[in-house]
Ligand binder design. Structure first.
Ligand code: FEO
Ligand code: CA
Ligand code: CA
Ligand code: CA
Length: 614
């Protein structure tokens, strides 16, 4: 029975109908009035000032003028084997897995060796951000790209690594690439430089916040903490650093002996010793039964800060932001210049969090303190009446003080803390973005595990996913919010707008919402590849801008400051419809010849030079 059904409450259907705003677009809702109260600066790019979405009419009909890729086009054999873009746009493919990060480095050979892979672009391109240069901001800058994962079959041509050297190849294909890119003779390319580097599973890292230097993070035989893993989505700070987010890291930890029985905490984090990657057979750091590395798994599941301009900076894992299956870390500047980080835990029935710094970020930086190390973590509770609250996760809460010894334990086992304080279980929170009026949008990609619906997650199970929207009080730092459901992907089934499993998300300053998908894009009679869509948040209209190739996910999104160039990523492109010698081409067919498909970055530009999405 739905949780909301009681004599005192409206019916569950009424709650859902009220919450879902698609095509009624906030008109007359409490949210609209609240949204109009302030326009907040966000580092994802704003500057248009306060304006409630519901007041945008007239000229806003022109927000999207491009001709969309139609369902019919996308479903053709050509649309399945090669990317398609709107006829008003063109695209280029750059930065494939295996290209050297500096042009003078080792060229791609398949399979790579570990030494080469450590200075080549990794696999599984995911979240990224473009840091523009000061002299030519729209044609030159640093591109930081996450490398979420890579199948051993693609990287090595075998199901599991058979030696430590092969483990190292796989490890070096994970992590982050810091690249310098530039538009040269009309094409974007990687140009190298002193700041260019790879951060991977064996790169030294350090920790900040409550769990730094705590026994929970100490191993017996390894003083130097190393590595970042399963780097999914991203964030970027007002002080110019990049945040990379560790998501499905638990799948890398295995066991070598029978009789492993996970602790309550390990179970809560999915540490059952079932590794998909086989690293633990040769690298004891990833063996849950290694006494020397007993706490290695506590060193993953964090937000990691990287300076894209300093190749010698040691990446910092910020424990104040909690340990879980991090999707992204969306940074906003709130009241009094406090830095606010919105965080999603992408696992069925997990939660949405936010971190608020203890003072203005400039003040903390002046004092030599990291704004991401001093502050409070909160978890979201969505009420049925479209209000919500942020619940602090601290020892000041008697229920948490009873379960945990100190703040370090809370942040390390924050999933357990969130359940204790009554946070709302969500349908796999993926990306979060901040719209032009300070409203946050979050993709809830789908949730096969949901059996009990709630107003914010009304489908059980949730097959297609949805996008939720909220606005915090007090310019991002308040502890209450109002929310509504921006759209249910279910409602696009059997329409020209068909899409499923929304994942990557970015709002521009004019009200366009870019939606990237990761799932089965099909209705009763059509099947297409994963795609990039643009929604007009004022009208609810959705147009299809781009579709990828067979088996791929479309993810990652970055723009130049003028928004005339957009970068998106094609992750795990497949081979299932490629027939050597036939028309299909091995994607992306760049550089060295190989029959192995390679993750890469797509450059999208409008033929008339306009803003991407217009
Ligand atoms: Fe790496 Fe939840 O996507
Ligand atoms: Ca994702
Ligand atoms: Ca996903
Ligand atoms: Ca992925």
């Amino acid at each position: 029975m739905p949780q909301s059904e009681s004599h005192a409450s409206p019916s569950f259907d009424q709650v859902v109908a009220r919450a879902v705003s698609r095509r009624t677009v906030l008109a007359g809702s409490a949210s609209a009035a609240l949204l109009s109260l302030f326009g907040c600066a966000s580092t994802t790019g704003t500057g248009k000032g306060a304006r409630p979405p519901s007041t945008k009419i007239g000229a806003d009909a022109n927000l999207m003028q491009f001709n969309p890729v139609t369902l019919r086009e996308a479903a053709t054999p050509n649309g399945r084997s090669w990317p398609l873009v709107s006829q008003d746009y063109e695209f280029d493919l750059i930065l494939p897995w295996g290209d050297p990060i500096n042009p003078t480095g080792p060229k791609f050979r398949w399979p790579p060796n570990a030494e080469d892979q450590a200075v080549q672009i990794g696999t599984g391109h995911d979240g990224m951000w473009f840091f523009p240069s000061s002299d030519s901001p729209n044609s030159k800058g640093v591109l930081a790209i996450n490398h979420e994962f890579g199948s051993t079959a693609t990287i090595l041509g075998k199901s599991l690594p058979q030696s430590l050297e092969e483990v190292r190849v796989s490890q070096h294909a994970h992590g982050v690439s810091i690249l310098n890119i530039e538009r040269v003779d009309g094409r974007w390319k990687s140009v190298g430089g002193d700041n260019v580097r790879r951060v991977h599973v064996n790169t030294p890292v350090t920790f900040s916040g409550p769990a730094a230097n705590h026994a929970l993070l100490a191993n017996r035989s390894d003083d130097v903490a190393k590595g970042t893993l399963n780097n999914c989505a991203f964030g970027h700070t007002p002080w110019g650093t990049y945040l990379t987010c560790e998501e499905n890291w638990a799948f890398y930890f295995g066991t070598t002996r029978s009789g492993f029985s996970p602790t309550v905490e390990q179970q809560r984090y999915g540490l059952f010793g079932r590794s998909f990657y086989g690293w633990h057979n040769f690298d004891p750091r990833f063996n849950l039964q290694s006494e020397d590395y007993a706490n290695e798994s506590h060193r993953f599941g964090w937000i990691v800060e990287i300076d894209p301009n300093d190749a010698n900076q040691v990446p910092v894992k910020h424990t104040a932001l909690g340990r879980f299956g991090h999707e992204g870390a969306t940074v906003a500047v709130g009241k009094d210049d406090r830095v606010v980080v919105y965080l999603g835990d992408d696992s069925g029935n997990e939660h949405i969090y936010k971190f608020v710094s203890s003072a203005s970020y400039q003040k903390l930086l002046r004092e030599g303190k990291s704004p991401l190390a001093h502050g409070q973590l909160y978890v979201a509770k969505f009420n049925e009446d479209q209000t919500g609250e942020w619940i602090p996760l601290s020892m000041d809460n008697p229920a948490l003080a009873e379960r945990f010894k100190d703040e370090a334990e809370i942040v390390t086992y924050v999933r357990i803390a969130a359940k204790i304080v009554g946070a709302t279980p969500m349908d796999r929170p993926e990306w979060i973005t901040i719209g032009p009026n300070g409203e946050a949008y979050c993709t809830l990609t789908n949730n096969s595990r949901r059996t009990v619906p709630n107003a914010a997650n009304p489908m059980a199970p949730n097959t297609h996913g949805h996008i939720i929207r909220w606005t915090d009080s007090d310019q991002h730092i308040g502890l209450d919010f109002t929310w509504d459901i921006f759209l249910m992907a279910r409602d696009t089934q059997n329409t020209e707008e068909l899409f499923d499993s929304p994942d990557g998300l970015w709002a521009d300053s004019e009200g366009r919402l870019f939606i990237e998908t990761d799932g089965n894009q099909s209705d009763s009679d059509t099947s297409i590849n994963n795609q990039l869509l643009v929604a007009d948040t004022n009208t609810g209209e959705i147009r299809r801008l781009f579709t990828g190739v067979n088996d791929c996910e479309i993810t990652g999104l970055a723009v130049t400051p003028d928004q005339r160039t957009m970068f998106v990523n094609i992750q795990h492109p497949g081979v299932s419809n490629f027939r050597p010698g036939e028309e299909g081409r091995i994607f992306p067919a760049l550089g060295e010849t190989t029959s192995v498909p390679r993750d890469c970055t797509v450059v999208l530009e409008k033929k008339d030079g306009g803003v991407v999405g217009s």
